[in-house]
Ligand binder design. Structure first.
Ligand code: NAP
Length: 276
């Protein structure tokens, strides 16, 4: 399994599973638990969740799924911006830990920037780190100006920026991605399949066919081959999970990459960070 190195030297797996939509009405709990367990059986060691997903329901499913396997996992959760005062961040993290049935998170993220001053959230993260409840902290949906403000306040302590990044949404390649690489921050690519919409695109299907792979595998392999990128697809269906796990073995050739650049052109100028 591949890893990226975080500021401070710790390592983080480059392939994880997302959980958005789990724990919501209509999603069967036992199916979701089984999906995450299959993912872990297939060697996935990172799980991404958030207090927002299913109003805590996703964290509770993750808690059930990871029982007995916690020490092998890199667990990520997120605090909602409205909760992200110093004390609110601590309280939200403690509630997440209870739902996840663990006593620490490997990574805790501010889900997106809200109205609470960043210094408040950072003070909460620092308290949580001191007390051993989180190992690392980071942010999500932060563009370069927000990161620059963060660096002025926190130096190089931020480990990760989790942002929308996939073949159809490459805007971060212009500025955000090189900036994060230069600062040694890992970029977590969320919605790497564009929530499934990417998989119907003809340019992707053509390359997949040529390589004897599926569109989802090509979309993921394209992310996983890039330095400093962590991809966190979500799959509740077991056949989808098996397919995604196999993407780790797919090596794209130069002509595949050229064809992907033609079908999904990189940015030709700056743009605001896209968000879901
Ligand atoms: P995604 O991973 O791009 O796509 C998920 C969709 O793709 C699901 O409908 C899934 O179906 C389908 N799928 C998975 N594997 C497939 C396959 N092999 N073939 C065909 N379809 C397949 O979308 P996402 O859930 O938005 O993003 C992933 C994770 O990123 C989230 O779950 C969440 O943890 C995180 N995220 C973070 C933010 C943020 O603001 N920080 C925002 C969005 C997402 P099934 O589920 O039916 O298998």
């Amino acid at each position: 399994m591949h890893h990226v190195t975080l500021p401070g030297g710790a390592s983080m797996p480059t392939f994880g599973l997302g959980t958005w939509g789990m724990g919501e009405r209509g999603a069967r709990r036992s199916d979701m638990v089984a999906a995450l367990r299959l993912g872990m059986d297939l060697g996935v060691t990172l799980i991404d969740t958030a207090e927002m997903y299913g109003d805590g329901g996703a964290e509770s499913i993750v808690g059930e799924a990871i029982a007995g396997r916690r020490s092998k996992l890199f667990l990520v959760s997120k605090v909602l911006p409205d909760h992200a005062t110093r004390q609110g961040t601590i309280a939200a993290c403690e509630q997440s830990l209870a739902r996840l049935r663990t006593d620490y998170l490997d990574l805790y993220l501010l889900h997106w920037r809200g109205v609470v001053p960043l210094a408040e959230t950072l003070a909460g993260f620092a308290d949580l780190k001191r007390s051993g409840k989180i190992r690392h902290w980071g942010v999500s949906n932060f563009d370069v100006p927000d990161l620059e403000e963060l660096w002025r306040l926190a130096g190089d302590d931020c480990a990760v920026d989790q942002v929308l990044y996939n073949l159809a949404c490459r805007g971060i390649e212009w500025n955000l991605l090189p900036t994060c690489r230069a600062r040694g921050i890992a970029v977590m690519a969320y919605s790497p399949l564009e929530q499934g919409r990417l998989l119907t695109r003809a340019a992707l299907k053509r390359i997949a066919e040529r390589r004897g792979a599926t569109a989802a595998q090509v979309a993921l392999a394209w992310l996983l081959r890039q330095e400093g990128i962590v991809a966190i697809p979500k799959a509740a269906r077991l056949d989808h999970l098996r397919e995604l796990a196999a993407a780790r073995d797919l090596r794209l050739e130069r002509d595949d990459l050229t064809a992907l650049d033609t079908g999904f052109p990189p940015p030709s100028g700056p743009s605001a960070l896209a968000m879901l």
